[in-house]
Design a protein around this ligand. Structure first.
Ligand code: ADP
Ligand code: MG
Ligand code: MG
Length: 475
């Protein structure tokens, strides 16, 4: 059934609502930096109304985060298991290069602590497990590096709550506010404090020509306002020139001589970012230094789609986390859809057969982050034929999640577009792990994000022009 959504609003009210939203966004930093004109902002696309989302699914996703954080800690504690799984990806040069840096650095590591800002993403599935509990959320992926929109999600959810409560929209229902800006900053501050040098600074690793700058700046300002922590931003190329290793393996920011406590990556996940040998040298310097990595290379690698696929195999969670209760295992497993390798194992051969026989049910994923890398439906067969059989094991095959039919209006570049939409809920998590004591020192759920895209697009790249930021409307 198509929900009666969005509410019908006369054109003059829509214009008024649009201008209120644009003003809110400009006032609160919900903007992308215009890369042609640095210092100028472009409104981030947002929905006109918060999108209805299953209350059960929302609650479930929030509650699952600490379980998922712990599951990934269990994976992290077994590097030999991770390396064995990743050896299937030997044709994937980028993953292999990261792994070789991990191996080089593990011999000389002086820092026991390692951090993470994670985000587990879900889409509600309408065809499975509906019934009493309501619709079931299914996990799209678990991100362990450079997760974005924590800060802007706090702002956009506040916007929709404000509009609903002040009767500026005719939306009825609960609109929860995401505390992700506060909570991610708190997570980073906890890492900084655990490093044990108050006057040290935090390093944000950023991409050149980044447009999603405010999402990062808001965290920087929150860290200073709430904790007095100073941050600097630098690209890998700048890090190569501006950092050095000082006494006792300390990472030093040359321009000020400050010691760096935490290296927070908002970059470094895509092959094109390592255009020169200097970029790789910079990454290796950071990884091998005494600064807490958020994330370390091993933490980045456990976020690969390959590890996600392996975790769905029967018995793997139990083997990694023997102390989990059956109820906890069941909660996690319920969020899985089918995932297959395309290697020469029995499961891999099953995956190959499914991909060739019914590609319209699947998405094919390489070990890449940041959107725009997946292959969908009928394109899968052509793609597999093109890349050659020896490269197949670098991919995983995933069942497509079937979202409920909902409509909303998206405001992008001043234009309003109404139509069918698909929403993806992300839940943030912050962790701090002690690799010496094998302990979780921090395991928190850290707010959420709702991204919505038009149903016609396979992916919801917000900057790419398909997706937008949204809030959850709990009915
Ligand atoms: P990335 O790491 O590049 O973000 P994702 O696995 O999140 O890769 O895939 C990108 C997008 O593709 C998702 O945000 C979602 O819109 C869509 N997508 C991915 N997997 C599925 C799936 N199993 N079912 C439906 N849509 C999917
Ligand atoms: Mg994703
Ligand atoms: Mg991802």
């Amino acid at each position: 059934m198509l929900l009666k959504f969005p509410p019908s609003v006369p054109d003059n009210q829509k214009r008024d609502l649009t201008s209120q939203i644009l003003d809110w966004c400009l006032t609160n930093g919900v903007v992308f930096e215009n890369s042609d004109k640095p210092g100028n902002g472009l409104n981030v696309p947002v929905t006109l109304f918060p999108t209805p989302f299953s209350r059960h699914g929302y609650k479930n996703a929030i509650e699952l985060q600490v379980l998922y954080n712990s599951l990934y800690h269990a994976v992290f504690k077994h590097p030999e298991f991770v390396i064995e799984q990743l050896s299937q990806l030997k044709e994937d040069e980028f993953t292999m290069k990261l792994l070789s840096i991990y191996e080089n650095c593990s011999k000389r590591r002086t820092q026991n602590l390692t951090g993470g800002v994670f985000r587990s993403d879900y889409i509600v599935d309408k065809s499975r497990n509906s019934g009493e509990e309501g619709r079931q959320i299914k996990q799209v992926e678990f991100n362990t590096v450079s997760v974005s929109f924590g800060a802007l999600s706090s702002k956009v959810t506040e916007l929709h709550k404000f509009l609903a409560e002040t009767a500026k929209t005719s939306v009825h229902g609960e609109v929860p506010v995401s505390k992700s800006l506060r909570d991610i900053a708190k997570g980073l501050a906890t890492m900084h404090s655990a490093y044990g040098c108050q006057q040290a600074i935090l390093l944000f690793v950023t991409q050149p020509n980044e447009t999603n700058v405010m999402d990062q700046r808001l965290l920087e300002y929150e860290l200073y306002r709430e904790y007095g922590i100073i941050s600097v931003r630098a690209t890998l190329e700048q890090i190569h020139r501006k950092t050095t290793i000082g006494e006792q393996n300390r990472l030093i920011f040359i321009p000020t001589g400050a010691e760096i406590s935490v290296v927070y990556y908002r970059a470094g996940y895509a092959p094109h970012e390592y255009a020169t040998a200097a970029d790789w040298t910079a990454r290796e310097r950071l990884e091998g230094s005494h600064a807490i990595q958020c994330p370390s290379i091993m933490t980045q690698l456990i976020g690969t789609k390959k590890i996600q696929q392996v975790l769905t195999k029967p018995g793997v969670i139990e083997q990694l986390q023997p102390n989990l209760t059956n109820t906890e295992i069941e909660l996690i497993r319920k969020t899985f859809v089918g995932l297959w390798p395309l290697d020469e194992t029995d499961l891999g051969k099953e995956g190959q057969k499914l991909a060739m026989q019914s590609p319209e049910k699947f998405v094919l994923k390489p070990q890449r982050e940041g959107g725009g890398n997946n292959i969908y439906k009928k394109d899968i067969v052509k793609h597999l034929e093109n890349i050659g059989h020896e490269n197949w094991s670098s991919y995983v095959l995933m069942e497509l999640i079937d979202p409920p039919k909902i409509s909303n209006t998206i405001l992008r570049n001043g234009d309003l577009v109404t139509g069918r939409v698909v929403s993806e809920l992300g839940v943030f998590g912050t962790v701090l792990w002690d690799t010496e004591a094998n302990k979780e020192l921090m395991n928190n759920q850290a707010g959420f994000l709702l991204r919505t895209k038009t149903q016609k697009s396979n992916e919801g790249g917000i900057a790419a022009g398909f997706g937008c930021l949204d809030a959850v409307l709990l009915l």
